[in-house]
Design a protein around this ligand. Sequence first.
Ligand SMILES: [Zn+2]
Length: 258
Amino acid sequence: MSRTTPPRPLEITAVLPQMALLARTATRLHPRAGSPSPHDGLGGGPLLWPAAEPWPYCDGPHVPNGNPALSPGDVRLRRRIRAAAASRPLGQLRFTPEEVAIDKQINIGRPWPEDPVAMLPVAQLYVRDVPLLRPPGRADMLQVVWCPFGHPPEPKPRTALLWRSAATVTTPPEPAVVQADGYVPEPCLLAPEQVTEYPHPMELSEELQERLQDWNTWQEAGAAPDSSYEPAPEEFHWPRTVHRSRLEGRRLDPLGTY
Ligand SMILES: [Zn+2]
């Protein structure tokens, strides 16, 4: 599978050799369109699941926030409609009257859940693909599931991480409703890539932060592109540290959103 990490515009250790001590290996999880089987490393589902183990549910609390609850089927149908609309040539009616009616119906929403909510599969990562994982015992994969509702005080899903040995397959249940369509992961294949990442500049020592902000540092390394950055050198070094750090690894973001 193709990978999209661009080459580094410059090697930061050539500018600040001290950074070499802070380098570490991370894994980018490139999502790729496809229909994964439970035996693949994947985003979304389906997961391998031990037949004897009950599927995890979240007891909440699930506090209404004014938005309608949607079923996972609603979310998927709306995505298909939007994809179809986006594929139509310019100048054509973007949404058909039927699609508008379906969308209106979806937006009415579903009853807010009062019972525990089935967790949704988010990712299944095999150690063979992400060798940095350190599984306990004989486990060889990590599963990530989440509850598709925000959990105050933070408006984000509650996650659970499960270590597994590749085991028997079963069809897990789905929650009847979710709080937001962004909480329903789209099944996809993953193309793991090992990359080197460095800490966020704010995590560096004051001395290193000052060196990064010193224009002379970049000039001496022959890395300064032109004098237009001189009044605000952070405009140059931040994209090369913050953004690179973000693009080239993040710390095992289970969604691997790049
Ligand atoms: Zn929940």
